[in-house]
Design a protein around this ligand. Structure first.
Ligand code: BT5
Length: 261
């Protein structure tokens, strides 16, 4: 861990939310948690349907999909979870991480960072040669009609703190971003996108997604693979991959970009 990193300033997040006229202001800011998703889920258990925004300086058991680890070194990133009822998103569960990706990319753009999405839930930078570097991810959990949407972003991680060779941080890509401003901007963009016309995020997703148009290798949930050109996004949010002239819709899987569009 790097010393001297300041803790999140909750009053600054609140004032940044207020300056954007946000109504998602039920905010919990903590220094250390197991996972912000766990805490948001607990809040929903005690107050079902009451929207809560949880963020923390450090997660000791941050996780990704399929219980994979998510590295959240103290003071270096954003660990943010929004707990709310499914109806807040008014969409099918499978599309929620996708429209969240659009909101996060828009928030980053508004703070001067140009980044891309990799289907289904990765926030990436893409080099000219097509090399993918992940700096963030999105994790959706559901319990009945309640959902928790977790967003992790590597803001200030140093090279030694990166968990994998293919990861990076905003800092390492040359961007200095205030964590408080980024949290407020993400919340603001999520509020906007959830009150928007349901179809409008799709076109924006396709603009921001580096996967559609690329040749990909997909690892499916059962461990099998398929390879082909990712041609489009299905209505359900699935990725359509053309394999030997047959269009296959992938709903769950890990994607490797083989050739960039
Ligand atoms: C994700 O999963 O990318 C979703 C990550 C969601 C994290 C947020 S933080 C707030 C909230 N609270 C939580 O506990 N989680 C959410 P997935 O696609 O399964 O990717 C996980 C994989 O990414 C790992 O297996 C590593 O290879 C890699 N990884 C782990 N930590 C990383 C990091 N900080 N940056 C980039 N890659 C990472």
């Amino acid at each position: 861990m790097k010393s001297g990193r300041p803790n999140l300033d909750s009053s600054l997040i609140s004032s940044e939310l207020a300056s954007r006229n946000c109504t998602w202001i039920n905010l919990v800011v903590l220094e250390t948690v197991t996972s912000t998703n766990d805490l948001a889920m607990k809040h929903l258990e005690s107050a079902p349907g009451k929207l809560v925004v949880v963020c923390a300086d450090e997660q000791t058991q941050g996780r990704g999909r399929l219980q994979r680890d998510w590295a959240s070194p103290k003071g270096a990133g954003i660990a943010l979870s929004i707990g709310c009822s499914l109806s807040t998103f008014g969409k099918t569960q499978t599309t929620i991480p996708l429209l969240t990706g659009v909101a996060v990319i828009t928030a980053l753009n508004n703070l001067g960072v140009q980044a891309k999405l990799k289907w289904p839930n990765d926030l990436i930078f893409l080099s000219d040669s097509g090399q993918v570097k992940k700096f963030g991810g999105i994790l959706l959990q559901r319990a009945g009609d309640q959902v928790v949407l977790g967003i992790g972003i590597n803001v200030g991680l140093s090279a030694e703190e990166l968990p994998t060779e293919s990861s990076t941080s905003l800092f390492l890509e040359g961007f200095e971003v205030s964590r408080e401003k980024l949290i407020a901007e993400i919340i603001s963009q999520l509020e906007i996108i959830t009150s928007d016309n349901p179809a409008s995020w799709r076109a924006r997703y396709l603009e921001q997604c580096a996967t559609v148009g690329s040749t990909v290798r997909v690892t499916l949930a059962d461990g099998s693979h398929l390879e082909g050109l990712a041609t489009q996004l299905a209505e359900s949010g699935g990725l359509v991959v053309e394999v030997d002239d047959v269009a296959v819709e992938v709903t769950v899987g890990d994607i490797e970009h083989l050739r960039h569009k």
